[in-house]
Design a binder for this molecule. Structure first.
Ligand code: DGJ
Length: 550
């Protein structure tokens, strides 16, 4: 068949148009598929586990928190000295409402800007702590113009009418002022921090009340005698709080003995939700609230701890009340491994990423870093690393306290992306030495790892004076593991189908991850793996261990 020139042109035009359309579609698709340039830090969850995504990938905050009054230019050199000593990649540091809003509606971000500049110069990320309505249960960081006006910005009143040093969560004026101020801070960060130096913001600091379980002011009492809000009566919330599904009525009717604390938790969380929502609307960084804990093992009464904050027993109330708070985080000042490990278990939930924003900086606490990682936690921070009240951060006692964690951070820093990814995929397990120093076993599918704690002396192990031993293991294949640890030794045994079979180390490689690649330092063999298995001294090391049965 002959085709005319016109036909050919028409067909070419049609083909060109189709091609152009396809190219536009393909281009648009590619543009959509490309990772967003410079995305905001965000939390993601999958299969009940969580990750903090920074620059497009899971990020592990090997963090440090300054003391409360250290976010001033004159104090910051000591803070950075401590951050460097620790090899921390993130600094948690307060920003103060009283300094930021010295007069109503007049904002001063000069200290925030200093923090941003100095953090960038030190190549460290920030978590900003919004010390505002609540700081450890009190209003001590409210601006002076609020402190002077107790009528407009009242504290709560105790059961017997006594004054309590804790702000009322039932005050619209304070709540609106806090919301406006946090929105201003977040709006400033949006402009001043395009490179996302700030990863997260803590809203308030350990909110709740010491000295009274709730507010007994007439206004609060009226609410307390009213109905429990519908958000708390949803079946899943009632079940999580061990209340009968279908319960309704007043706080006393629904919550019985726990009514006072439940009411206060709801009131504080609702207030903070309002503040957080305003902050998020200005700039949607991940937001969290930290908790002054209660003893997780003995179900104490709320008069003995800070009531109203996100303690483990009221987490479901906080989740229902404050959907703009991305996570609730435990501040760990309890001692004893049973207690501390229980806390980690309670705050690692399908609806809550585990983050330990404060833990006492004593040397024995470094071991809990591994337990947090094994929970897929997103970060860990000792409190008060600059130790500025007692002298320079370089003082010997402070350095001795921080040394075990500094060694861990130095080792983990270059492989924090791998650790964060493995945690997110549920591949990490740990054993931390308990006070009884007993041997522990970690189940690894076809293998068990048996860990004994102490310093190796040839064939024997000398018990650790304090429980400082620990091991962290990433399972990368059925018989392939990456292991780090201190002051312990390990051995393995095949279980399941291979139980009882002979086995040996195929290879034990010592090295470390750099830019996503394992770099070998040496192969451990002979005396370094015989006589009871590979061991770790006070300096942690990374071992890639492959096992084989015969
Ligand atoms: C917990 C608080 O969150 C910190 O700000 C600090 O006050 C420590 N307690 C104790 O120094």
């Amino acid at each position: 068949m002959r085709t005319s020139g016109d036909d050919r042109h028409r067909r070419h035009r049609v083909a060109r148009a189709a091609l152009a359309g396809w190219m536009i579609a393909a281009f648009a698709g590619a543009a959509w598929a490309q990772p967003e340039k410079n995305p905001l830090p965000r939390l993601v969850s999958k299969d009940g586990r969580h990750a903090l995504i920074v620059d497009g990938k899971p990020f592990l905050m090997l963090a440090a928190q300054s003391r409360n009054s250290s976010a001033w230019p004159a104090m910051l050199p000591k803070v950075w000295q401590a951050v460097e000593f620790l090899h921390a990649n993130t600094l948690e540091v307060p920003i103060y409402w009283e300094q930021i809003e010295p007069q109503p509606g007049k904002f001063d971000f000069s200290l925030v800007n200093v923090l941003l500049e100095q953090a960038r110069a030190h190549k460290v990320r920030l978590v900003l702590l919004w010390f505002a309505t609540w700081k450890n249960g009190s209003n001590h960081y409210m601006p002076e113009w609020m402190k002077k006006d107790a009528q407009k910005y009242p504290n709560i009143i105790g059961r017997n009418g006594q004054p309590v040093d804790s702000p009322s969560p039932h005050t619209q004026a304070a709540m609106e002022a806090d919301a406006k101020a946090l929105a201003a801070v977040m709006g400033h960060l949006k402009k001043a921090d395009p490179q996302h130096t700030v990863l997260m913001v803590q809203v308030q600091n350990e909110p709740g009340s010491w000295g009274s379980v709730r507010d007994y002011s007439p206004a609060a009492q009226k609410l307390f005698e009213g109905p429990v809000p519908a958000e708390l009566l949803r079946p899943e919330v009632l079940k999580a709080l061990a209340r009968p599904v279908g319960a309704k009525g007043t706080w006393l009717e629904v919550f019985g003995d726990d009514a006072d604390e439940s009411f206060h938790a709801w009131s504080v969380a609702r207030y903070i939700q309002h503040v957080a929502a305003a902050g998020k609307a200005a700039y949607p960084l991940p937001l969290y609230v930290n908790a002054a804990l209660r003893d997780p093992l003995s179900n104490p009464r709320p008069s003995s701890y800070e009531s109203g904050g996100p303690t483990d027993n009221v987490i479901p109330i906080w989740k229902a009340a404050a959907p703009d708070i991305d996570l609730l985080a435990p501040d760990i000042y309890l001692s004893g491994s049973e207690r501390v490990l229980k806390v980690l278990e309670l705050y690692d939930r399908p609806d809550n990423a585990l983050f330990v924003p404060e833990i006492g900086s004593s040397a024995v606490n470094a071991r809990y870093l591994y337990a947090v990682l094994a929970h897929g936690g997103i970060g860990f921070a000792p409190f008060g690393v600059d130790n500025s009240e007692e002298g320079p951060s370089g003082d010997a006692a402070n350095e001795a306290r921080l040394t075990p964690l500094a060694r861990e951070y130095a080792l983990a820093g270059p492989m924090m992306r791998e650790l964060a990814q493995w945690g997110f995929e549920g591949k990490l397990k740990s054993a931390v030495e308990r006070e009884d120093h007993a041997e522990q076993t970690i189940d690894l599918g076809a293998w068990q790892m048996v860990v004994s704690f102490g310093a190796s002396r040839g064939r024997s192990v000398q018990a650790n004076a304090e429980p400082v031993g620990k091991v962290l293991v990433a399972q990368l294949g059925e018989s392939e593991f990456v292991v780090t640890g201190t002051l312990c030794r390990l051995t393995f045994r095949p279980v399941g189908a291979s139980a009882g079979r002979a086995w040996q180390y195929l290879k034990v490689e010592e090295g470390g991850y750099e830019n996503g690649v394992f770099k070998l330092l040496r192969i451990r063999n002979g005396d370094e793996t015989d006589w009871g298995g590979p061991r770790f001294g006070a300096e942690p090391a990374v071992l890639r261990v492959t096992l084989v049965t015969r």
